[in-house]
Design a protein around this ligand. Sequence first.
Ligand code: AKG
Ligand code: FE2
Length: 319
Amino acid sequence: MKRLTIAPDERRHIERLVDDVLAEHGHWDPVQFVTQAKTVAESLPLRVRQFFRQIQSEESDVAVLSGLPLSPDLDATPTGWDMAQKTGAGRREEVVLALCSAALGEPFAWGNQQDGRIVHDVCPTPGMERSETSGSSTAPLSLHTEDAFHQCRCDYVALFCLRNPERVGTTVVRADRLDLPAPLSGILAEKRFRHRPDQSHVGPHGHSADVADLDAIMFGPPGSCYLRIDFDDTFAADEDDHAARDAIKELYRHMCDAVERVVLEPGDAIFLDNYRVVHGRDPFEPRYDGKDRWLKRVNLIRDIRRVFLSTGVRSRVIS
Ligand SMILES: O=C(O)CCC(=O)C(=O)O
Ligand SMILES: [Fe+2]
């Protein structure tokens, strides 16, 4: 795992950039900002830009940037993304994340997820405690590739921690840490699997058509293993393919042995390579008192053209 801790002068530098962005965008509109975010990100401190360049070129699986600025009068944790959307809670932190993320990739969004917002809120939500969405809490978020069902899933998931009072762990399994028996990796490398859209995508505008996609769970060039799996939504394409079904179960056992936990501190942003790691979250008890765990999240893709080709228009929102 790679980590860079921001020095006080670098933090002030980032704060000034955020002030400039907010002064220019009186009404903060991430959709509008991201088209120019890469240019603004060129003004980030040199060490931060180098950090992101290295992540890309080395294919770092997990990277954490620590000590990012947080507002001294940080808003109360919202009780759902829709509330954050209405009130603008954590707006300044959205700018910090959008700006830093743009140094690594191109932010994009899903039309049916959090109303097509570019920067998401991850916070416990009443009624969603046991769901398989970012509003969950008492049930663990099981290990997954982000948006595994879709060809245009992100290259990186970026999560910026605003609060984490109970020190809840983000779970991570790195492909490089897996030592799978050859017969198992052989089956996982065959196109014998399908992926359903996860709960956060289901609804009137869901992506059910993408279930048709037949793919492998493990792929990639020698020495650089890529993963595509969501343990809630990946299944053997042929229900009589017992070997494929067993392979998913066996992989799960190996992943449980290899799982690591990263406890995000306020001011930490984690960048998870969505091909090189799967991730999830430990369960916790929500309090709904304005002090709950709260992250901002962005999906990043290396080449925005993949999104344009998927949407068929020049839009960063996949519908
Ligand atoms: O809450 C976390 O630490 C991870 C949540 C997650 O998997 C996500 O937002 O994609
Ligand atoms: Fe996730």
